[in-house]
Design a binder for this molecule. Sequence first.
Ligand code: GDP
Length: 297
Amino acid sequence: MAFEGLTERLQNAMSKLRRKGKITESDVRDAMREIRLALLEADVNFGVVKDFVKTVRERAIGSEVLESLTPAQQIVKIVDEELTKVMGEEAVPLNKAPHIPTIIMMVGLQGAGKTTTAGKLAYRLKENEHGRPLFIAADVYRPAAIDQLQVVAQQVGAPVFQLGTDVDPREIVRQGLAQAAENKNDYVIIDTAGRLQIDEKLMQELADIKELAQPNEILLTVDAMTGQNAVNVAESFNQQLDITGVVLTKLDGDTRGGAALSIRAVTGKPIKFTGQGEKLTDLDVFHPDRMADRILG
Ligand code: GDP
């Protein structure tokens, strides 16, 4: 289960506080040490942990908390609030274009779940908004990528614009956008190429596609199971492309929590959705407060 270790350790630290009637500053410091270790073991970014612990400690040792009738309860509330804050406070909706189509560019490393997420997103737009999305198949490096997109698109019931693997992806995007204008699609979802690692040529290609498509949304898909690596990937993509949001996939697995708790603080960009499985319906809007509750258990 996701966050299992983290939840257990945070709960342990909290129940130790609850067992004490009166809480002293030194009790708070002990609890903070445990929370710090729990977060580091969950692979949360070091700087994020440091700031988090400092803020919680400062708030918790204030006299209103320690001299209140329910100090442990107040400290739990502070931890909950600060976890929420680290993850961005509010859910951030998908950007929309003032005129159709809204253009969504999907980016990410191979295997992170980009194509699956593109399908889930199209499904959501169709179901919730009666949207008419068009996919553009701009991953020309893996022939299987276009096939996979077509399978997903068929499940969703949305068309794919593709020109095979011999055409420059920039040209594919250009023609795909023209087709979307002609068909009056209200959403265009561009499935770009992924690689196993970040490389300059790919980044240049993505920057070119961004430049010509002027997307309203550049959604980076990262795999929650990869912890700090997901955070580093997010930082690199953000530096190169100025992404607008992140989709954190595979939260149905036993991820430790590092990516969920670090990405917003490190990149300044919101997690907009989470992937909770392989089915088209397994995409949730990311609510920082609900995630904090889930982490605290
Ligand atoms: P891409 O290379 O980034 O396009 O990744 P894919 O969309 O092909 O996904 C890679 C694998 O991860 C596939 O087997 C997907 O079914 C799986 N996957 C994607 N998202 C999720 C998720 O949220 N949860 C789980 N359990 N698997 C996922």
